[in-house]
Structures are given as structure tokens and as C-alpha cells.
Design a protein around this ligand. Structure first.
Ligand SMILES: Nc1ncnc2c1ncn2[C@@H]1O[C@H](COP(=O)(O)OP(=O)(O)O)[C@@H](O)[C@H]1O
Ligand SMILES: O=P(O)(O)O[C@H]1O[C@H](CO)[C@@H](O[C@H]2O[C@H](CO)[C@@H](O)[C@H](O)[C@H]2O)[C@H](O)[C@H]1O
Length: 455
């Protein structure tokens, strides 16, 4: 019978408090995880939000990692982030745990037990798939499935993806992929909501969810989504880097990608209600606010702030552009998969650091286009010497492909594109500072270019 720990005081050191066992281990382990979004700040406090025994020897946890910065207004929600952890707990340490090992608890109720990342344990991964095959509950956790898309009943060998990811994904026998969200926010995750809605529209460019799990405590939130795995697919980032390494042209691929992006935008526009008409003044204000916050967190941005603000201010003199609608929200080369002759679009979660309400609202489709244009620049900067011509040709081809399907040409919206690219580069600076500080020079180079030359 699954057990759920009630919410305990966040700093409790009561002997029965599991954080007395896990706190020290997780404080060390969390910042080393690729998906942990607080690498630029020490974890000031770590609290247990919920704990459920999912299977014998497997604990499901939601923990709050605070950075001791902004006090929470009204007490809820607390400042910081909520993370989902699946922890294996066993009596005997095993050398086979390897990189999955988190450590041995020295005190508290789990004293003497070995704790590890359960997603790296094939037995636990299989049990998780079994749980998703059979809808039902475990404490506050709800396992649900789309009855029209049954999960295949065959035994499928699991493997944890070793990708540069914001979450963790398990692939089952090249048939299914389960994304376990790491940073959890209250509400429905768009990566469940959007592909489901697009599938109902008959949009074939997006793998549709077959099962998912969510929690009802301490708030409603989506925790994981199971989708068909596209076998033999290669992501756009890998294809672009291969093309660059071989000195190959990528414009045919970029053109097809532009067409695929427009197809998805058209499907999104009919799957969701239209947004309120775009108002460039408000957009410019929001972008400026994000820039100010980013420059506060990453001081290297500060010298560029006045000129970047100019790019946003110029929005007020631009034409209003395409209507706001639901968009992808974090479109880049890593979010598109080429399988056979087709491009598929994945990961509709949006930019993980933005509030869920913002990610689920309507935005200009130019934002997605700018994301992909920035991605060509990221790819071109992976090799020395930098290949600006390669990126420029990809941009042209991508926009031309987009125009074919969407009926309007992004290249004719120069002011809008510049503002959205700048906003995206600012986001990337913050993202890299928090997740991959070694990559910071990539978006910083774009900041310099956009601030100085504006192209
Ligand atoms: N349906 C799928 N078929 C094949 N590979 C997939 C599929 N969905 C995701 N992937 C692979 O998993 C990687 C990470 O998925 P993604 O949804 O982008 O996770 P995250 O949000 O953690 O970055 C992708 O780059 C891709 O290689
Ligand atoms: O994890 P997600 O795919 O949801 O997106 C986050 O991580 C991305 C990196 O993995 C990051 O993308 C940035 O780096 C990419 C190369 O690794 C590049 O193609 C993108 O253009 C660049 O923005 C993304 O910003 C972040 O949200």
C-alpha cells in the first residue's frame, strides 16, 4: 500500500523526518544534475513537499530547493523550485549502481541504507512502465492513459537517455519514451496538453501522448508523459553539427524545417482559442523587464543593457505582426527530429524557467521562429572558425520555408525578429549561466552582435 508522508516543516530534524537522512545527500547530488536549475546559486534550504512509496524500495519525492533569496509573499508558493525525484533505497550497497549512486544515509529513519537514482535502475524503470500501463493511483499520484492509444503489452527493455536535457527520459525498446519532468510547477504541463490537442486535430508532426502521471499533492501538477518513440530519428542539432563538420549545406533541411514549423503553428492556431491581438508596447515592456532581471543575475549582460533596450523599444514603431496564438515556446534544433523524410516537433514544455501560466498563454509565433534562428547561430558557433555564412543561409532558407506554408514571410518583420531574437538570447544567457556555465560565451556573442550591429 503506497504511503504518503504529510508535508513536514521544511527544516524539521525530527528523527522520523526522511530529510534528516536525505537532506545532506541531496544537497550534494542535486547541483550535479544536468536538469538542476540552480547551479549559479547555493541550495540554501531543501524541504520535503511529498513522499510516496511507489514500489517496495522506490520512493517518489517532491522536494523544494530554495536559494534563500526572495521571501515568499503570503507564504505560498515558497521561493525556489520544486523537483521530482525517484529514489531507490536498498540495504546493500552495490558496485553496479555506478553513476546512479547518491550515497549512504548516515542518520534519520533511512540510516545505513544506500540511496540511488531509481530511473537508472532497469528494474525500477520496468515497474514504472507497468504502473503506466494500468491506470490507477498511488497515494496522491494518478496514472492515466488515453484509451484510444493502448500502451503495447510487450516486455520492453528500458534505457535512460544520456542527452543534454532539462528532464529525464526513459526509452523502452525503441517503442516508447517516458519523459519524467524534473522541475515541477503547479498546473497542466503543456508537454501533455499541446501534443494531445494537436493529435486530436490530426496533426501528424507531433508524437501523441499515450499515458501520463500527475500528482494531486501538494498541488496539481503533471509529472511524466509517455509517447511513441520515433525509431531511427535524429535530432536537428546532431544533423546540423554533422553538416557543419562535413562542410555540407543545410539549407534544404532548414527549408523543410521552416515548413514543418509553419504546419505546427497552423495546427496550434486551430487547436487552441486565439490570443488577444498582439500589442507591441506590452511585449516590449515584458522583454525589458526580463532583460533587467537577467542582467541582475548575470552581470556580464550589464554593459549591453541600454542598446538591447533600444531593440525592444523599437517594437513600438513596428507593425503589430501575426496574431498571438499558442506556440511551441522553446523551439530550437534539439526539439525537432528528422525521421525518414519528415521533421517532427517535440517538447512543448516551453522555456522551463518561465511560469506555467505564461507558457500556456498565447504569444507571437515570431518567438518560435526567433528560437530556431538563434539555434542556427548556436550550431555555427560550435566549430572554429565560426561559420556565420552557414547560419545566414540557414536563416534565409528556414524563413522561406515558413513563408510557403504560413502565407507570410518572417524576413519582412525585421523589427519584430530582432526584438524576439534579442529576448531569446537574453533567456539563453540566463539558461546557460544556470545550467551550463561553459556555454555562456555562445549567447553572449549574440548579445554583443545584436547590441552593436542589430542584425
Ligand atoms: N518521440 C520521440 N522519439 C524519439 N526520440 C525522442 C522522442 N522524444 C524525445 N526524444 C529524444 O529525447 C531527447 C530529449 O527530449 P525532450 O522532450 O527535448 O526533453 P527535455 O525537455 O528534457 O529537453 C530529444 O532530444 C530526443 O533526442
Ligand atoms: O531542455 P530543453 O530542450 O527544453 O531546452 C533547454 O535546453 C537547451 C539546451 O539543451 C537550450 O537550448 C540552447 O542550446 C541548444 C544547443 O544545446 C541550442 O540549439 C538552442 O538554440 C539554445 O537555446 C534551451 O534554450 C533550454 O530551454
Amino acid at each position: 500500500m503506497p504511503k504518503t508522508a504529510p508535508l513536514r516543516p521544511r527544516h524539521a530534524h525530527h528523527p522520523a523526518d526522511p530529510m534528516a537522512s536525505l537532506g545532506g545527500l541531496l544537497r550534494q547530488w542535486l547541483p550535479r544534475q544536468r536538469w538542476f536549475a540552480g547551479k549559479d546559486r547555493p541550495v540554501a534550504d531543501l524541504g520535503l513537499l511529498s513522499m510516496t512509496e511507489l514500489f517496495p524500495g522506490c520512493l517518489h519525492l517532491l522536494v523544494h530547493a530554495g536559494h534563500g533569496t526572495v521571501p515568499a509573499p503570503g507564504g505560498t508558493p515558497p521561493a525556489g523550485d520544486c523537483y521530482q525525484l525517484l529514489l531507490g533505497v536498498r540495504r546493500q550497497p552495490s558496485p553496479r549502481l555506478g553513476r546512479a549512486l547518491i550515497g549512504r544515509a548516515d542518520e534519520g529513519p533511512l540510516a545505513g541504507l544506500t540511496v540511488y537514482d531509481a530511473l537508472q535502475d532497469p528494474r525500477m524503470a520496468r515497474l514504472l512502465l507497468e504502473r503506466l500501463r494500468a491506470p490507477g493511483t498511488a497515494g496522491p499520484l494518478r496514472f492515466e492513459a488515453d484509451p484510444s492509444r493502448p500502451v503495447p503489452a510487450t516486455a520492453l527493455a528500458p534505457r535512460l537517455l544520456d542527452a543534454e536535457q532539462s528532464n529525464s527520459s526513459l526509452v523502452y525498446g525503441d517503442e516508447l519514451i517516458l519523459k519524467v519532468f524534473r522541475r515541477v510547477q503547479p498546473g497542466v504541463n503543456p508537454d501533455l496538453e499541446v501534443p494531445g490537442a494537436l493529435a486530436r486535430q490530426g496533426c501528424g508532426r507531433v508524437p501523441a501522448p499515450v499515458a501520463w502521471f500527475r500528482t494531486t499533492y501538494p498541488f496539481e501538477a503533471t509529472l511524466g508523459v509517455l509517447q511513441p518513440f520515433l525509431p531511427g530519428a535524429t535530432d536537428g542539432w546532431t544533423l546540423a553539427l554533422d553538416a557543419l563538420a562535413a562542410g555540407d549545406d543545410f539549407t534544404a533541411q532548414a527549408h523543410a524545417l521552416g515548413r514543418a514549423t509553419a504546419d505546427v503553428h497552423v495546427a496550434l492556431a486551430s487547436a487552441f482559442p486565439a490570443g488577444t491581438p498582439g500589442e507591441n508596447g506590452r511585449t516590449a515592456a515584458a522583454m525589458t523587464e526580463r532583460l533587467t532581471a537577467a542582467a541582475h543575475a548575470v552581470p556580464a549582460l550589464k554593459p549591453y543593457v541600454p542598446r538591447l533596450r533600444g531593440a525592444f523599444a523599437a517594437l513600438t514603431t513596428c507593425d503589430v505582426g501575426p496574431a498571438a496564438q499558442r506556440i511551441h515556446g522553446d523551439l530550437h534544433l534539439g526539439q525537432v527530429l528528422r525521421a525518414g523524410r519528415d521533421w517532427f516537433v517535440i517538447d512543448f514544455e516551453g522555456e522551463p524557467s518561465r511560469p506555467l501560466s505564461e507558457r500556456r498563454s498565447a504569444h507571437s509565433p515570431v518567438r518560435d521562429i526567433a528560437g530556431m534562428l538563434r539555434s542556427f547561430d548556436y550550431a555555427a558557433r560550435q566549430r572554429r572558425p565560426w561559420r556565420p555564412e552557414w547560419a545566414r543561409r540557414c536563416r534565409e532558407a528556414y524563413c522561406a520555408g515558413y513563408a510557403v506554408r504560413a502565407g507570410w514571410d518572417p524576413r519582412k518583420k525585421h523589427g519584430l525578429l530582432r526584438a524576439y531574437e534579442t529576448d531569446r538570447a537574453v533567456y539563453e544567457v540566463l539558461y546557460e549561466a544556470r545550467h551550463r556555465p561553459d556555454w555562456l560565451p555562445v549567447p553572449m556573442a549574440a548579445i554583443e552582435r545584436l547590441a552593436v550591429r542589430g542584425d
